[in-house]
Design a protein around this ligand. Structure first.
Ligand code: DC
Length: 226
């Protein structure tokens, strides 16, 4: 069974998808991490986002791997752990631009579908229910007010990257989220939108546990039952 969880930044997608997957014995995939990893490699190798040929070449051998250790997810590109750098403000600033490139999306969709062959999975991102898995058994779309999403992201930054967060304000983080929302939802390739058959949950005033409870109530086949 495939469960897709789409929605804009700060709706709680990653935390909710990860905990839900753990609860029901499914594999969890954060597809945003893949777009972040591509952005990281392009910047690291100084490949311009406009150089389709070089990007194609890079993606032909794109070696992306996810590992879990002690309950933490680690993302590897060419055997290098990029889990921390892909969350930097620099990557966050450029990732929407990279995620809008057709050549990048085509390759990511192939990899995501390949990952799904492993069995029961929860995939979270922007286009999982609309493009990657249009036949997913359960599609969820999470939403929340921009103010609350900005506040959540700001607190997360303060906690996880205090030295970078001290140069930022909550308002700047909110503005950055709104800029990415606009870029992600107006691009021509697989824009962020609600699938016709998705269940929409506004997480603004809900705890993570409440959202997971609401998703479980839609009916999910536990892994052991398959
Ligand atoms: O969820 P996130 O903030 O880590 O996602 C990073 C960016 O990647 C986000 O700006 C949109 C893009 N993205 C996408 O276009 N499609 C996906 N399936 C997942 C993420």
């Amino acid at each position: 069974m495939i469960i897709t969880i789409d929605g804009p930044a700060g709706t709680g997608k990653s935390s909710i998808a990860r905990l839900l997957a753990e609860n029901i014995g499914y594999t969890f995939f954060d597809t945003g991490a893949m777009y972040r990893a591509v952005t990281y490699v392009l910047l690291d190798r100084k490949i311009p986002f406009t150089d389709k040929g070089q990007i194609e070449e890079l993606l032909a051998y794109f070696d992306f791997r996810i590992e879990t250790s002690a309950g933490e997810y680690h993302y590897y590109v060419d055997n290098k752990d990029v889990s921390h750098p892909i969350r930097s403000p620099l990557i966050t600033k450029h990732v929407s631009e990279v995620a809008a490139l057709a050549v990048v999306r085509e390759k990511m969709v192939i990899l995501q579908r390949r990952f799904a062959e492993n069995g029961h999975s929860v995939f979270e991102g922007r286009d999982l229910g609309t493009v990657v898995f249009p036949n997913a058994e359960l599609k969820v779309y999470l939403t929340a007010s921009a103010e609350i999403r900005g506040e959540r992201r700001f607190r997360e930054l303060l906690f996880k990257r205090p030295s970078e967060a001290e140069n930022l304000t909550k308002e700047q983080v909110t503005q950055d989220i709104l800029r990415r929302d606009l870029q992600d939802s107006t691009r021509s390739e697989s824009p962020l939108k609600i699938a016709d058959d998705a269940k929409v949950i506004d997480t603004s005033f809900m705890t993570i546990e409440e959202v997971i409870g609401a998703i479980l109530a839609f009916g999910i086949r536990p892994h052991a039952a398959s």
